[in-house]
Design a protein around this ligand. Structure first.
Ligand code: ADP
Ligand code: MG
Length: 329
C-alpha cells in the first residue's frame, strides 16, 4: 500500500513554552521525519556536534518502524508473519513487546494489531464511509490476542491471515526514549525533544527547575493555552486528540484517526485532547491513545494502574487532572 497522505489540518495540541531569560541559549534543529516535525533543542555549544548523528539515528529507527516504507522491517513482518514465524531485530522486538503488554494491560483499548482497521478507515485520505461488513472483517483481524510472541527466539507469528501491526500509537514515544538515552550516553545534560506532540525533557527547564508545556485549545489560535503544566527532568509528555488528524466523510461527520478496537469505528469520545506524563516515553505515547479511547470515565483507573499523570481536556473545554504518581511534577 502507498503511504497515506496526511492531512487536511495539522495543529499541535501541546507546545513547549520557551523562555527568553538569559541562561537559555538554545540551539534548535528541526527536521521532518516520522510523518511529523521533529525538533531538538540543546542548551550548550559543546553538544552541537551531536545534532548530525542524532538525526541519522532517528532516520535509522524510522527505517525499522515505518510500515508504509517498503523496505522497513515492520513492513516485512506484516507481509510474512502469517505464513511463517519471523525473527525480529532487538529494536522491533522490544517495541512490539512493550505494545503487546500495554494492549493486555489496557484490555485492548490500545492495540498494536489495529493495522487492518487503520488501513480500512484511511483517516485523512478516505472520504466514503466503509461498509459495515468490511468493518466487521477488519475488526475480526485487529487484536493483540492473535499475536504469538516468542521471548526466547525474539520472534512473532500472526494467528490470522490479513493481520498487521500498526505502531503509530507507540512508535514516536519509543523512538524518543532511545534518542534521549543516546543524548545522555553522550554527555548531554540538558535538552528537549519534540517528536510531533511527544515531548521529552532532560535537565533543568527553561523556567527554573521545571519545564513548562502548554496544552492548546484544539482548533484555536496557536498562542492560546487552556492550561500550562510543569514537568521535571526525565519526564515525557504525550498528547492525543481527535482534532489534529481526522477525515470528514460523506455523511458530513468528522472521524478521528484513533479507532476503538472494540467497535471498529473511530472514537467519538468526550475528550478534546488528553495528555499523559510519564518517565517512560513509550508508555506516555501509548497511554495517550488509550486514554482517548476509554474517555474520561476510564482515566482515573489508567492513572492508578500505570502511575502516570493524565490531563484531560473535555469537549466542554474543562480540564481534569488525574495523578496517581505522588511524585514531583
Ligand atoms: P499521533 O501519532 O498522531 O500523535 P497517537 O499517538 O494517538 O497520535 O496515535 C494514533 C495512531 O495510532 C493512529 O494514527 C493509528 O496509526 C494508531 N491507532 C489508532 N487507533 C489505535 C488504538 N486504539 N490503539 C493503538 N493504536 C491506534
Ligand atoms: Mg499516542
Amino acid at each position: 500500500m502507498k503511504r497515506l497522505k496526511r492531512f487536511a489540518v495539522s495543529t499541535l495540541l501541546i507546545l513547549l513554552i520557551f523562555s527568553s531569560c538569559r541562561g537559555n541559549e538554545r540551539i534548535t534543529k528541526s527536521e521532518f521525519a516520522l510523518d511529523t516535525v521533529v525538533t531538538l533543542n540543546l542548551y550548550s555549544r559543546k553538544d552541537e556536534w551531536i545534532i548530525e548523528p542524532f538525526f541519522r539515528y532517528l532516520r535509522e529507527l524510522e527505517g525499522i518502524l515505518d510500515r508504509y516504507d517498503e523496505k522497513s522491517e515492520l513492513r516485512m513482518v506484516n507481509e510474512k508473519a502469517y505464513s511463517e514465524e519471523v525473527v525480529l531485530s532487538d529494536v522491533l522486538f522490544d517495541v512490539i513487546s512493550k505494545g503487546f503488554e500495554i494492549a493486555r494491560e489496557t484490555d485492548g483499548a490500545f492495540d498494536i494489531a489495529i493495522g487492518p482497521l487503520v488501513d480500512l478507515w484511511q483517516i485523512g485520505t478516505r472520504t466514503s464511509l466503509p461498509e459495515g461488513g468490511d468493518v466487521e472483517r477488519a475488526l475480526s483481524l485487529s487484536s493483540w490476542e492473535y499475536l504469538d510472541l516468542d521471548e526466547e527466539k525474539h520472534s512473532i507469528r500472526f494467528q490470522k491471515d490479513g493481520m498487521s501491526l500498526d505502531l503509530g500509537g507507540i512508535g514516536k514515544g519509543y523512538i524518543a526514549s532511545l534518542l534521549m538515552e543516546y543524548l545522555k550516553e553522550n554527555g548531554v545534560e540538558r535538552a528537549s525533544l519534540n517528536l510531533g506532540g511527544n515531548i521529552s525533557l532532560l535537565g533543568d527547564g527553561e523556567h527554573g527547575k521545571y519545564w513548562r508545556i502548554g496544552i492548546r485549545r484544539p482548533e484555536d489560535d496557536r498562542s492560546d493555552y487552556v492550561d500550562v503544566i510543569e514537568v521535571s527532568s526525565g519526564r515525557n509528555v504525550s498528547t492525543s486528540g481527535g482534532y489534529e488528524r481526522y477525515s470528514i466523510f460523506d455523511d458530513g461527520k468528522r472521524y478521528s484517526h484513533i479507532i476503538s478496537p472494540k467497535t471498529g469505528y473511530p472514537v467519538e469520545g468526550d475528550l478534546a485532547s488528553v495528555t499523559v506524563v510519564s518517565t517512560d516515553a513509550s508508555l506516555a505515547d501509548a497511554l495517550s491513545t488509550a486514554s482517548y479511547v476509554v474517555g474520561s470515565e476510564g482515566l482515573e483507573e489508567l492513572s492508578e494502574k500505570f502511575s502516570v499523570r493524565i490531563i484531560a481536556l473535555k469537549g466542554d473545554q474543562s480540564i481534569e487532572t488525574y495523578d496517581a504518581t505522588n511524585a514531583s511534577p
